[in-house]
Design a protein around this ligand. Structure first.
Ligand code: PLP
Length: 389
């Protein structure tokens, strides 16, 4: 056999693995230390009661012959597809048929798997820094990648590529920078894609965190976007489903790719758990909505505390207003890992080094508003006393 040699071009380990190694090393020398975790993008609030009750009821159905269910439809139950259309897209004046909405186990796998629809001879434009999965999935497929710098100077919004690119990944609100796009900025991308016959893969995993009215939640709010965009959603960060697993991907007929994605999913995916799909549906009930919004509001209060706490010591911060991530410039020109080590050793606080998200993340670290409030409060106090600028 011959292995896929493109794997040799990947960085050997995943970012969070490297962080774990440093933390383990620290703990072997300081075994009794309680570390404050402000880095990881996993949620910490418990699931709302209404969602757990719904999952319990769905599990109970499986215990009875008359309500038992076997394999779910590969692309999801129609009642969930229709609920998403009715509650998410129609209020925004956007219409879809149910078979344009593909229910899956979360955004991560779809974002990687979508790359299978395209020939390896495509140029892919990916923001830098970025959620690492876009780069890795396309490196695995051997595609040429054009990295688009997201810098303080461009407010962490990439400029349109000068050359023609075929596939464009956009993630707004952004992980890790917390940057967002206005309607006008997103329109430029849609127009670019229409002009160049490109496709945009729009990662909307954090759209629930938008509170400013001029920021689009969905790329389909932009005229003409259906022809050139696939949109990926997740219940992970909005409703706390990182372990439950559920998300959805919208592949409009107008892209010409709906049939291909349907074919791919029917062959390689055997459907999302019935219990998870019922749980996702429950997030759209009045009770579910209220509970999810309360969790989002809680995390955004934490984001504000982090922003203000870091600003008080004179650190320069970005994001954290329409996104749960705070992107913090390291002081005195320190490298990302250098500042990571300083925070670990002096403040017993774990952040995420920005360079782990790409070359242009060097000189930044990411703080996550998903961190436990108690940890954030103690960490900010320590940062105030230990870090002098
Ligand atoms: N997209 C972005 C930008 C993310 O940050 C994450 C997870 O951190 C995902 C997608 C994956 O989400 P899911 O849990 O739905 O796989």
């Amino acid at each position: 056999m011959k292995i896929n040699t493109h794997y040799t071009g990947l960085s050997p380990r995943y970012l969070f693995h490297d962080i774990d190694l440093r933390v383990k090393e620290y703990l072997t020398h300081h075994p009794d230390e309680h570390l404050l975790r402000m880095g990881v993008g996993d949620v910490t609030r418990p699931l709302p009661r209404v969602i757990v009750d719904t999952m319990q009821a769905a599990a109970e159905e499986l215990a009875h012959a008359d309500t038992f269910r076997g394999y779910c439809p590969e692309n999801g139950y129609e009642w969930l597809q229709q609920t998403i259309i009715d509650h998410y897209y129609q209020p925004r004046g956007i219409n879809f048929q149910t078979d344009e909405i593909f229910i899956g186990e979360g955004a991560g796998s779809d974002l990687g798997n979508l790359s299978e629809l395209f020939d390896s001879d495509n140029t892919v434009a990916i923001p830098d820094p970025t959620y690492p999965a876009y780069v890795d999935a396309n490196r695995m497929a051997g595609r040429e990648i054009v990295l688009m710098p997201c810098l303080k100077e461009n407010n962490f919004v990439p400029e349109l590529p000068k050359e023609k690119v075929d596939i464009i990944y956009l993630c707004f609100p952004n992980n890790p920078t917390g940057a967002v796009l206005t309607h006008d900025q997103l329109r430029l991308w849609v127009n670019y894609a229409r002009k160049n016959h490109s496709i945009i893969i729009f990662d909307a995993a954090y759209e629930a965190y938008i509170s400013s009215p001029d920021i689009p939640h969905s790329i389909y709010e932009i005229e003409g976007a259906k022809e050139v965009s696939i949109e990926v959603h997740s219940f992970s960060k909005s409703a706390g489903f990182t372990s439950v697993r559920c998300g959805y991907t919208v592949v409009p007929y107008e892209t010409g790719l709906q049939g291909m994605w349907m074919r791919r999913q029917c062959t390689k995916y055997n459907g999302t758990s019935y219990i998870s799909q019922r749980a996702a549906q429950a997030t759209y009930t009045p009770e579910g909505r209220t509970a999810v919004e309360a969790n989002v509001a809680y995390y955004m209060e934490t984001a504000q505390m982090i922003r203000e706490g870091l600003q008080q010591v004179g650190l320069q911060v970005f994001g954290g207003v329409n996104a749960p991530y705070i992107w913090c410039a390291t002081p005195h020109g320190m490298g990302s890992w250098e500042f990571f080590d300083l925070l670990l050793n002096r403040c017993k606080t774990i952040c995420t080094p920005g360079v782990g998200f790409g070359h242009n993340g060097e000189g930044y670290v990411r703080f996550s508003a998903f961190s436990r409030r108690e940890d954030v409060q103690i960490a900010l106090k320590r940062i105030r006393t230990e870090i002098s600028l």
